[in-house]
Design a protein around this ligand. Structure first.
Ligand SMILES: Nc1ncnc2c1ncn2[C@@H]1O[C@H](COP(=O)(O)OP(=O)(O)OP(=O)(O)O)[C@@H](O)[C@H]1O
Ligand SMILES: [Mg+2]
Length: 220
């Protein structure tokens, strides 16, 4: 099991109120499987993804990622786990503005001291159709191009599980399909698991499993 999630709850305080963002979220995912998380805006999808990837801490409940209990790890240990096992495509891309597209894609594999970061980065930039854009900085790229760089970056370093927050959200149908195909190709070429937040029903239907959130709860 790559992910075991039980009774997950996330609350935040706003003024005097406690706001419940996620409640009683329970599911499992096997190694190599793909999972789609759907639901309306504000239903807690990005929050859930952040918890699953160890970027944020739950208020209660448990997450095991590749057997490791995230709630038992401190911030530093979670950072190590993320570096070793997790790839993440943020809804807002989070590319580093002072690095070129190529440098952005190379960075995680360099940090992990993997072999040939440049070769891997070029390979995945090519797969997202951006070979011509290697030397451009994020502010010289369109939103959709930045999204594709972020996807290349997530793939360029090997991860056991890849989280992608609306990976086709900024793409036209043609590029959206290219990115979807890439996600599933890499998912089947390797044994990495895939967790995708998406509003795109075609993309969700291609996943092995689906969960739908409404007001922070899983609906059947
Ligand atoms: N740190 C926070 N403080 C207060 N409220 C928060 C915080 N983080 C998230 N929320 C609220 O939790 C709810 C869920 O947010 P989240 O970003 O997970 O939604 P989402 O399903 O990803 O929506 P979208 O489809 O628009 O991206 C929203 O109402 C949001 O305002
Ligand atoms: Mg979101």
């Amino acid at each position: 099991m790559i992910l075991e999630v039980s009774n997950l709850r996330k609350e935040v305080s706003s003024g005097n109120n406690q706001l419940v963002i996620l409640d009683n979220v329970t599911f499992n995912l096997n190694e190599g499987q793909s999972l789609a998380i759907t639901g309306p805006s504000g239903s807690g999808k990005s929050t859930l993804l952040g918890l699953l990837a160890g970027l944020d801490e739950a208020s209660s409940g448990q997450i095991r990622l590749d057997g490791e209990a995230l709630h038992e790890l401190d911030e530093e240990q979670r950072a190590v786990l993320r570096k070793d096992k997790v790839g993440f495509v943020f809804q807002s891309f989070e590319l580093l503005p002072s690095l070129t597209a190529l440098e952005n894609v190379m960075l995680p594999s360099e940090l992990k001291a993997e072999d040939n970061p440049e070769q891997r980065a070029k390979y995945f930039l090519n797969r997202v159709g951006l070979t011509q854009r290697e030397q451009h900085y994020p502010n010289q790229l369109s939103g959709g191009e930045q999204q594709r760089v972020a996807i290349a970056r997530a793939f360029a370093c090997s991860a056991k599980i890849l989280f992608a927050d609306e990976p086709t959200g900024n793409l036209d149908p043609k590029n959206g399909e290219m990115v979807s195909n890439l996600l599933f190709e890499v998912n089947s070429e390797t044994d990495n698991a895939l967790v995708i937040v998406t509003h795109d029903h075609d993309l969700a239907d291609r996943c092995d499993k689906k969960i739908e959130l409404k007001l922070g709860k899983i609906v059947e």
